[in-house]
Design a protein around this ligand. Structure first.
Ligand code: OOG
Ligand code: NI
Length: 458
């Protein structure tokens, strides 16, 4: 069975894919290239100023890959597209984790994140894709809904070769190197930008009036990648420097404030660009504009337990009640101050975070710890200095808390309202499988690490 031996690890295919996507997006969106260069500079300066951080990251993360993309996002139109996309991502070792109901943020989609799941896979290449599915059922106008459905039903977002290679990978348990390169090239076509719309200017305007996101999903041949997001070691610094490079950041950094012990996820982005497109007009084309694509950066902290997450949500709501950040940035300083004040109530040392059950930790034996202690509890083993807890990094998303990312890239004018309607079961039916619950997943990592340590100490 030579083809089995020649099969490439899914992690390698994902790494090739994310590199190809990065090159394509820099080429398509030059401002994104400017952002990546800025992030690389700030990361280098941060490492130069902090030798301990540098040593730790060199040991765990690979310094040359610090600035690589951590995620991207696409928006799909139909259940069939979502189900096929899940099969494409599976070839790259990416599984659906988490359910996100964006209708809570007045955006008519629901979503999951396709990502690598094991620690080793994340370390080899962490790239993930936040994948939304349009909720056409939330369009009130039945005639418009039918028109949108017809446009979506007629498009084919995957190339025939991409579909054939997915089938081959499923049949043979993976792809060889040459097939993997073809697969990456073919799948990239799905994520490419198309400036010629599928629809007329009139239909585009009506879709856009229903919701900007509806126009973005329905009007084009494919689900163009709408942003990529590298990792920064100092998000506040990049936010501050963006204007000096001619890119306009959104008003404030989303998520928790700057802290000694980072929690969850902080993100900011530059505003989506107005790009020239053309609409169908009989056999001709007319010029128009569309706003969708942007660049984002992220900085990650510890994964929070449901209790920690509830506290986070409560404090964020408090801060936003005190000062609602204006899209033009005019009260950004006041908002950051309110955020800092609210989060004074969130413990900011690892020991308190752990003892109060707010975050997830992976346990390991301390140097020199061996067996012979009999059955110990975690607290006893910790008190004897035999085991140590390390924060588990949050690998998922906060798009509802960070609805600012969505909103600032839909335009800063009116918020278009939709009724909230959680629908995870329906999403999973459309996807063709269940999504992994992220809290269960982190709790599982914590429990397994503790069990292994305590067993080794007996
Ligand atoms: C996805 C937004 C979600 C994030 O970082 O929270 C996301 C979208 O705009 O389609 O990427
Ligand atoms: Ni994002």
């Amino acid at each position: 069975m030579t083809h089995l031996r020649a099969t490439l690890p899914a992690d390698v295919i994902r790494a090739r894919f994310s590199a190809a996507m990065s090159a394509m997006y820099r080429d398509e969106v030059p401002a994104y290239g400017v952002l990546i260069d800025l992030v690389a500079e700030v990361n280098a300066a941060t490492l130069a100023a902090d030798p301990a951080l540098r040593a730790r990251l060199a040991a765990t993360d690979g310094l040359e890959r610090i600035t690589e993309e951590r995620h991207g996002a696409i928006r799909l139109g139909t259940a069939a597209e979502l189900a096929m996309m899940a099969r494409v991502f599976a070839v790259m070792g990416m599984a659906p984790v988490g359910y996100y109901d964006l209708t809570e943020a007045s955006v008519p989609v629901h979503a999951t994140a396709f990502r690598p799941v094991g620690a080793e896979s994340l370390r080899r290449n962490p790239f993930r894709v936040f994948t939304s599915l349009l909720r056409l059922d939330l369009i009130a106008d039945a005639a418009l809904r039918a028109e949108a459905e017809a446009v979506l039903a007629a498009r084919q977002i995957f190339t025939p070769a991409a579909v054939a290679l997915v089938e081959k990978a499923e049949r043979e348990g993976g792809l060889g190197s040459t097939d993997a390169d073809r697969f990456v090239a073919e799948v990239l076509e799905t994520f490419r930008w198309h400036d010629r719309a599928l629809v007329s200017a009139d239909l585009y305007r009506r879709l856009h009036d229903a919701h900007r996101l509806v126009a973005d999903v329905v009007s084009f041949r494919g689900p163009h990648i709408n942003h990529l997001t590298p990792r920064t070691l100092d998000i506040d610094r990049v936010q501050e420097l963006m204007p000096t490079r001619g890119i306009t950041p959104k008003a404030v950094v989303e998520g928790p404030p700057t802290r000694r012990c980072p929690i969850l996820l902080r993100q900011t982005s530059f505003k989506a660009l107005e790009e020239p497109v053309s609409f169908r007009q009989g056999a001709d084309w007319v010029a128009g504009q569309h706003t969708a694509r942007f660049g984002e950066i992220e900085q990650r902290g510890i994964a929070l337990t449901p209790k920690g997450r509830a506290l986070y949500d409560q404090l964020l709501t408090e801060a936003r009640k005190a000062v609602r950040p204006a899209p033009d940035g005019s009260n950004a300083a006041a908002y950051m101050a309110a955020l800092g004040a609210a989060f004074a109530a969130f413990p900011d040392d690892w020991d308190s975070i752990r003892r109060e059950g707010l975050g997830y930790f992976a346990w390991s034996l301390t140097e020199g710890a061996t067996g012979g202690h009999g059955q110990l509890t975690a607290e006893a083993a910790l008190a004897k200095g035999l085991i140590q807890p390390d924060p588990i990094v949050y690998e998922d998303f906060l798009p509802v808390s960070a609805a600012g990312i969505f909103q600032s890239n839909l335009g800063d004018d009116v918020q278009q309202e939709f009724a909230a309607s959680p629908n995870q079961r329906r999403f999973e039916a459309e996807l063709g499988r269940k999504v992994l619950n992220e809290f269960d997943h982190y709790a599982g990592i914590e429990a397994a690490s503790l069990t292994a340590c305590l067993a080794a100490l007996v």
